[in-house]
Design a protein around this ligand. Structure first.
Ligand SMILES: C[S@@+](CC[C@H](N)C(=O)[O-])C[C@H]1O[C@@H](n2cnc3c(N)ncnc32)[C@H](O)[C@@H]1O
Length: 242
């Protein structure tokens, strides 16, 4: 029972969308193409790329489990020749880079002309992989930064709809709202707020599951904001002088 509730509470529609976007991207990659997973971490998309020549790069500095990287390096300086890769995966990495423009220029250098890169990254997400967490990107900064680095925009969309964003926020409320009277202002007020906060946490946990499930059924984008953006960018064949 506890296992089932843990599983339900940990269901995250962003993981579903990330896998879906990366699967679709992988399906467009021809057999034998040379692919770089930039900032690959534990290489969760590697199994989608068995038909390709998969390589990975990561600086491996965060205190977590890593799969073995082909290149242990900073993404500012990837130790390969120009135009090596046909495709690049760049998932959930750019917010961790103190000098993102230098990395985009480097990714452009190692990508073949007309080669493509998939980008995913958060607009609305708590700090993570600290202390290597520097920025959040709007769609307008993404457009400017990728085009300044020599990419053309093929697609730039909300990765989740607003239901996914709400599901995430409710999940965090369920986890983080305090129930200790002292944290609720203390005194009589603190004690009175305690049961209310407890009910709110239970309600948030349950509605979070509902919103994540709803997100998977229906990506609602008319109002609100996404948790992440997804983009497909192509290396421009026209030199930007970057
Ligand atoms: C949130 S994880 C994403 C991992 C993987 N791309 C995924 O989607 O599951 C960010 C990854 O970027 C790597 N990273 C952060 N800054 C980096 C840098 N300057 N150079 C190389 N890798 C970096 C981290 O080590 C981490 O594995």
């Amino acid at each position: 029972m506890i296992g089932l509730s843990k599983k339900l509470l940990s269901f995250n529609s962003s993981r579903y969308r990330l896998l879906d976007e990366n699967r679709k991207f992988a399906q467009t990659i021809p057999s034998g193409a040379v692919v770089l997973d930039a900032g690959a971490g534990d290489q969760i998309y590697r199994s989608l790329l068995q038909h390709t020549q998969y390589e990975s790069a990561d600086f491996e500095k965060v205190d977590k489990e890593y799969a073995q990287s082909t290149y242990v390096c900073d993404l500012k300086e990837i130790p390969v020749e120009n135009n090596r890769f046909d495709y690049i995966l760049f998932n959930q990495v750019m917010e961790h880079l103190p000098e993102p423009n230098l990395v985009l220029t480097e990714l452009n250098r190692v990508l073949k002309p007309d080669g493509k890169i998939i980008y995913t990254g958060p607009l609305f997400y708590e700090e993570h992989e600290i202390p290597y967490d520097f920025f959040r990107y709007t769609q307008f900064s993404l457009r400017k930064m990728f085009s300044d680095a020599g990419f053309e925009i093929e697609r730039l969309d909300w990765m989740e709809g607003y239901f996914g964003t709400v599901g995430y926020q409710l999940n965090r409320m369920a986890q983080y709202l305090p129930t200790n009277p002292k944290d609720l202002g203390g005194g009589l007020m603190g004690y009175l707020l305690c049961p209310m906060m407890l009910l709110l946490k239970i309600f948030s946990a349950l509605t979070s599951i509902f919103f994540h499930k709803l997100e998977v059924k229906n990506k609602y984008t008319k109002k609100g904001y996404p948790k992440n953006y997804v983009g497909i960018f192509r290396k421009s064949t026209v030199s930007t002088g970057a």
